[in-house]
Design a protein around this ligand. Structure first.
Ligand code: URA
Ligand code: SF4
Length: 223
């Protein structure tokens, strides 16, 4: 890992030294595979970079890969991904027109030992901050019309630490993100819950309905 220290002398976590200085999504994907910008790469299997086309009009960002994503190297291929795919379809959004990614690109987990189930652990603010340059680069390269943050981690990474999903979900707002060089962005953004919240909820149907209804706002914005 690149040895950088902040003012307090703590080792700084930062993906920046691993970013290529030119190229499109494939170049970034390849470089991200070798990222050691924070300690999460040490125990995870692989970097899970975003998937989708650079021409996508919609970017959906989750928190970080889970167990299945870590094994398969693709975002949202596990249980939360199942909910997301179903909800997107129901909201009238075309998955082929979406770029799926995460705020943090390596799986973080605890495990009781080898062969035991790996339990997802939320990323720390330091890890989120370290990984953010990859997400920023993806937004610049895809330059979407609509950005959807799935859950609090993605929303805080995209819109700032004081963003509250519970208060502000489902509403479209303009953002400085997504424009080629940062000026005159055309992207609008919206935050909603994380699809895994549906799976954890006691009232799955109601929570799922709310999720679909937020996604419908994004779908309407793309029409
Ligand atoms: N949860 C996420 O936030 N992202 C994934 O890719 C999978 C599960
Ligand atoms: Fe790099 Fe992000 Fe992985 Fe940390 S989580 S090693 S910053 S890609």
């Amino acid at each position: 890992m690149a040895e950088r220290r902040d003012r307090a002398g703590e080792q700084r976590y930062d993906a920046t030294p691993y970013l290529p200085d030119r190229g499109g999504l494939p170049a970034y994907r390849e470089a991200a595979a070798a990222c050691e910008g924070c300690p999460l790469h040490e125990h995870a299997t692989r970097t899970v970079f975003g998937s989708g086309e650079a021409s996508a009009r919609l970017v959906l960002a989750g928190e970080q890969p889970g167990d299945q994503e870590d094994r398969q190297g693709q975002p949202f291929v596990g249980p939360a991904g199942g909910v997301l795919r179903r909800a997107l379809e129901e909201a009238g959004l075309d998955l082929a027109d979406a770029y799926l990614t995460n705020a943090v690109k390596h799986f973080k987990f605890t495990s009781a030992g080898p062969g035991k189930r790996r339990i997802h652990k939320p990323p720390s603010l330091r890890e989120m901050t370290a990984c953010r340059p990859w997400l920023t680069a993806e937004l610049r390269l895809v330059d979407p019309e609509v950005i959807v943050a799935l859950g609090a981690t993605a929303a805080k990474s995209l819109f700032g630490p004081s963003f509250r999903v519970t208060k502000e979900r489902g509403a479209l707002f303009p953002t400085g993100e997504g424009a080629g060089d940062g000026d005159g962005s055309r992207a609008r953004a919206l935050a909603t819950i994380h699809p895994s919240a549906v799976l954890r909820s006691e009232d799955r149907e109601a929570v799922y309905r709310g999720f679909v209804s937020d996604l419908r706002v994004a779908a309407a914005a793309l029409r």
